[in-house]
Design a binder for this molecule. Structure first.
Ligand SMILES: Cc1cc2nc3c(=O)[nH]c(=O)nc-3n(C[C@H](O)[C@H](O)[C@H](O)COP(=O)(O)OP(=O)(O)OC[C@H]3O[C@@H](n4cnc5c(N)ncnc54)[C@H](O)[C@@H]3O)c2cc1C
Length: 639
């Protein structure tokens, strides 16, 4: 049984974080240099945390498997980052951002965490501006804002369609400042393969140097995982090919609870899949829905080019179904609606797996120059991939796996169920509930890294009993031996199927049965099929070339797929046990008469936290009950 004390401070929601900051213990500035902290991952969450911790005076070791920290997947984020600045004077406030985020997550997130996120969001923007992030500005000099799905105010700050890249460059330069000062030691091209636990506390990690193959151990006083999300369990997703679940899954196996693995997000505006052998899908930013109108022909099998389909023969289905939010309906709703029309054979494009995102009205209204300023690089990217020019013809879009709201369980201090193991950014579960509103992930990753973890990890270091431990401790040798044995087992795979083909098969199974909508029969079938596929992997996969003593991407891939093959079962089990629909988790059996998600607050207003019980045992489902004191649990409506 896991101890799921969320350690939420008492008192009114507006004061909880202030109170907690005052009550937490501090590490004396002169003592900070005595502590070593390992940060795994240098995306927005990891880079901002590593830089800030080093600025505070801690010694930081930062690891990532890329050749440079700034190649983390965060670089792909396009649309923007939310904050409650209320610059446009359109009625925004910290409470409204809090409310929209809780509602967007279908009332399955912790109130206190979400309020804190909204509260620090403004400081995140100030920090990034101070670092020189080139946010878009209005004529008067204020930072510009746009809207994103699930909100009726404009609170999304952006740097054209490159927001993630610009934010990451800001965090990266802070990180490099500290690397050059010697306060951060960077370890690129290094993959973490295990966590080392000593006396019940996380005290280090095991890594493989991806260039030389050398497997090493590293000791510290605390470990931070900022290792991103697991959408690639679906094989095709908008994530970079290397995004994976390994770090989080290894921590789970060492005792960290895994929360809500079934909460995955399918993004509505991706370029549709064209063939069998793609390795990833491309996202078109949600910001496009500010000006683009989504529609399909009213008539089944209408193959006319879009320009020849008259207005009265088009169904602008989001505007029809959700008049208040229209094309800015949240992602889960927009994705399911697209699936619905395609399931009715109204989909467009050669495979019928698309809907139009049309800019004709906006182009007539504000002109190509303004549209180009807003979305120019996205239009260009779309044209390069599809050879269609969105200035002239509507984009074709379809939903694709994109973001994962599940992750390692953390308390209010961002600490997992393993003392000393902190988890931030997309790798944790904490702030988005069952669905993430757009532009909130960047906000959360940076809030965690710049403004929350630096306080809470200090409290841990100041209050925990930490004995002197280094890599000569027997637990390090044991974890090292485990990693070596696992790698040797992978290198012995000499079957007939490529690792990729098994991953693709797993992905298809997950997409069809555990994707945009799920039902008990499909989930049970998947639970039966995954162990067979795992068997196929261990009996019939092939890993070439043979040596682990050198650069070997097949070995890297095989290790990650082996973990996906186990993790997929946990995800499916979680989806089966959550007998309700909420946010991105849609069970066909639980829907309203009009097809909207039907939540069961009485039985499921909780976080499901899975506990590893051994490789051949069923994991245990623990729960953290969610309490709502500041918002009423209402049926989510965007009509
Ligand atoms: C195409 C796209 C567009 C998006 N657009 C937006 C947007 O406009 N607004 C928004 O809010 N969100 C957006 N998101 C979501 C957002 O970008 C991510 O959720 C966020 O960037 C995740 O940041 P992170 O720091 O948690 O993880 P990441 O940026 O994924 O970083 C993970 C890091 O962990 C390292 N790592 C992982 N495993 C290991 C290991 N085992 N060993 C060593 N290192 C490891 C990697 O090297 C990397 O450095 C978008 C996502 C995608 C896919």
């Amino acid at each position: 049984m896991l101890n799921l004390d969320a350690k939420i401070p008492s008192g009114p929601i507006e004061l909880k974080w202030q109170k907690h900051k005052f009550e937490m213990k501090l590490v004396n500035p002169a003592n900070k240099r005595k502590f070593n902290i390992i940060v795994v991952g240098t995306g927005l969450a990891g880079a901002s945390a590593a830089a800030t911790l080093a600025e505070l005076g801690y010694n930081v070791d930062a690891f990532c498997f890329h050749d440079s920290p700034r190649r983390a997947h965060s670089i792909a984020a396009q649309g923007g980052i939310n904050a409650a600045k209320n610059y446009p004077n359109d009625g925004d406030s910290i409470f409204r951002l809090f409310y929209d985020t809780i509602k967007g997550g279908d009332f399955r997130a912790r109130e206190a965490n979400v309020y804190r996120l909204a509260e620090v969001s403004n400081a995140v923007i100030d920090q990034c501006v101070a670092q020189g992030v080139p946010f878009a500005r209005e004529y008067g000099g204020y930072l510009d804002n746009r809207s994103f799905g699930g909100a009726q105010v404009s609170r999304t700050f952006y740097a054209r369609g490159q927001t993630g890249q610009q934010l990451l460059l800001g965090a990266y330069q802070s990180l490099m400042r500290q690397a050059s000062a010697g306060q951060v030691k960077l370890h690129p091209r290094t993959e973490m393969l295990d966590v080392v636990i000593v006396n019940g506390q996380a005290r280090g990690i095991v890594t493989r140097n991806l260039v030389t193959g050398s497997i090493e151990t590293w000791a510290a006083h605390a470990v931070v995982l900022a290792t991103g999300g697991y959408s690639n369990v679906f094989y095709l997703s908008t994530n970079a090919k290397t995004c994976n679940v390994t770090a989080a899954f290894r921590a789970y196996k060492r005792g960290a609870g895994f929360a809500n693995p079934c909460y995955t997000q399918i993004h509505p505006t991706c370029i549709p899949q064209t063939g069998e052998h793609q390795s990833k899908l491309t996202l078109m930013s949600e910001s496009l829905r500010n000006d683009g109108r989504v529609w399909v022909p009213k008539q089944k099998g209408d193959k006319r080019p879009p320009a020849q389909i008259p207005e009265n023969e088009r169904d602008y289905y989001l505007e029809r179904k959700y008049p208040s939010f229209g094309n800015l309906a949240p992602r889960d709703i927009a994705s399911r609606s697209a699936k619905e029309v395609c399931d009715q054979n109204l989909g467009i494009g050669p495979n019928g797996n698309g809907v139009y995102l049309d800019f004709a009205d906006a182009l007539n209204r504000v002109g190509a120059k303004v549209i180009g300023e807003r979305y120019g690089n996205l239009f260009e990217m779309y044209e390069r991939i599809t050879a269609d020019d969105p200035y002239k013809t509507p984009m074709r879009i379809f939903p694709a796996p994109h973001y994962t709201m599940g992750g390692l369980w953390v308390d209010y201090n961002l600490m997992s169920t393993i003392p000393g193991l902190h988890v931030i950014g997309e790798a944790n579960f904490s702030d988005h509930g069952a669905n993430r509103l757009g532009a909130s992930a960047l906000m959360q990753g940076l809030a965690d890294g710049y403004f929350i973890l630096p306080y809470t990890i200090g409290h841990y270091l100041a209050s925990a009993q930490l004995s002197d431990v280094d890599t000569s401790h027997s637990e390090f040798a044991a974890a090292l031996a485990d990693v070596q044995a696992r790698n040797a087992k992978l290198l012995r795979l000499k079957g007939k199927r490529s690792v990729d083909s098994i991953h693709r098969e797993l992905g298809q199974l997950m997409w069809h049965n555990v994707g945009m909508s799920r039902n008990a029969a499909g989930l049970l079938q998947t639970l039966q099929r995954i162990p067979e596929l795992r068997e196929e992997f261990w009996q019939n996969a092939i890993v070439l070339p043979a040596s682990g003593e050198e650069f070997n991407q097949e070995l890297e891939k095989a290790g990650r797929v082996a973990d996906f093959l186990e993790f997929a079962e946990l995800l499916t089990r979680d989806a089966l046990e959550r007998r309700e629909s909420c946010g991105g988790h849609f069970r066909n059996e639980y829907q309203q008469e009009d097809g909207e998600a039907k939540r069961d607050d009485k039985n499921y207003a909780h976080v499901a936290v899975w506990e590893h019980k051994g490789d051949d045992k069923t994991p245990e489902r623990n729960i953290e009950q969610l309490k709502y004191e500041n918002v009423a649990l209402v049926t989510r409506s965007y009509k």
